[in-house]
Write a protein that binds this ligand. Sequence first.
Ligand code: 13P
Length: 291
Amino acid sequence: MRTMRSFITLAAVFTSSAAGARAPARFARAASRVAARPMMAARTALIAGNWKMNTVLPEALKLAAAVKDASVGAPGDVAICVPFPFLESVSKVLAGSKVGLGAQDCSEADKGAFTGAVSTGMLQSVGCAYVLTGHSERRSIFGESDALINLKTKKVLSAGLKCILCVGELKEQREDGTTDKVVAAQLAAGLKDVSEEQLGSIVIAYEPVWAIGTGLTATPEQAQDTHAAIRKWVQGAYSAAAADRLVIQYGGSVTPETVDELMACPDIDGALVGGASLVADKFARIVNFKA
Ligand code: 13P
């Protein structure tokens, strides 16, 4: 059973039974950090692992089986974004579990002479539910532009898959104080021509580039501030209801030691986990974050 992640304010007297089922301590703590929340938001947390270019087949199968077991009582949704060659075999391991299968990239084209590329149709045919777009490694190492990321995002959505669109600033940009501006520009470009209805299939992953693979996790305050700015941007670009519904993950050196405090923040609805998702025990603890 999925547990709804809810944030309680004064308006929470109108809370749903799902929200009411949650332990109040976390939300009381989270709610104390926001001045006024006009309505109650109920969002299901999503913890996703991004294996990047790691594992060989036997390792992938073992790790997937461990994630499946660890996720049985997890408080939110769980997904793993695995290398292309292992998608189909991992899909079989995950069958009947709550763990969603994700890919780390896709082509913006449907089919044809694109040597080495992988289409959304291919991903669907092997059981994928999620696709990452705009990861900072695709941006910096593979030179993906905002325009290309937008094409890929729209391709994922039009295929009926869920898209985890990644955004995040460089170290210099955080130091310059331009984080919100950089992230807003990435959102505007990545979500160009994405309708409010389609936004329902989008998860935003805020991944500060300086925190990825460095062991430098953003503080809960830094992450919360940027997540709130992202939600505010979505409110302006779409609507308050769309902003309220949007699941925003934090990514960047998330560990079992940092996940609970991050997840206690009112606008942090999940985590996108790299290194720690490759270690079964660590990822098991992260998916079972303490609310
Ligand atoms: P790390 O958790 O290794 O920092 O990676 C984060 C990331 O890039 C997930 O997409």
